[in-house]
Ligand binder design. Structure first.
Ligand SMILES: [Zn+2]
Length: 181
């Protein structure tokens, strides 16, 4: 299974997230390359300078695999991810959450979780997703990236924070990018 790194801003009423402005800024930094599509873009020559590798992702670092950058934008706050690497537990009762991907794909139509073992319930956003899901109106997906081996650099996060006046976070989940391999 291929995984991606997803970056997303914490969206508030004051947020000013303009996708074209974000693409312009990231293209100037050679983080990504513009393309005909405003949704699927290619990684730029400097992309790997914005990602810190903790383990070895040799194929990606030596550019043997072309990295793809996908922008997901929504009119209202949506959820992406849910394919957790770590065990996810319900807040409070700590029972194991077994349907994490379903809970994320049903969002925002369903925003509540109900623990099947004890009947407790709460908001899906309040679950500790352990960097496996995020809630926002815009997501930058970088693929392929191995979970936990690559983290966004402080420089990348400050560029994103400054461009959008929002604080950015990240998670890892199953890739939604189709790559020809
Ligand atoms: Zn429970």
């Amino acid at each position: 299974m291929r995984y991606s790194l997803f970056l997303y801003p914490h969206v508030t009423a004051e947020s000013r997230i303009i996708k074209s402005e974000l693409i312009d800024t990231l293209a100037e930094l050679d983080f990504l390359q513009r393309s005909e599509s405003s949704q699927q873009l290619s990684g730029g020559p400097q992309l790997m300078d914005f990602i810190t590798f903790l383990g070895c992702s040799p194929a990606l670092e030596s550019a043997e695999i072309r990295s793809v950058i996908l922008l997901h934008q929504f009119d209202q706050i949506n959820a992406l991810g849910g394919e957790a690497i770590d065990a996810i537990r319900y807040p409070g009762c700590k029972h194991l959450l077994r349907n994490s991907a379903d809970l994320i794909s049903d969002y925002p139509a369903l925003t509540l979780w109900i623990c099947p073992e004890c009947g407790q319930q709460g908001a899906v956003e309040d679950i500790n997703w352990r960097k496996s899901a995020g809630f926002s109106t815009l997501f930058i997906e970088i693929s392929p990236i191995f979970p936990k081996e690559a983290i966004p650099s402080d420089r990348l996060l400050s560029v994103l924070n400054e461009t959008t006046q929002s604080s950015w976070h990240w998670f890892y989940s199953k890739s939604s990018v189709r790559l020809d391999t």
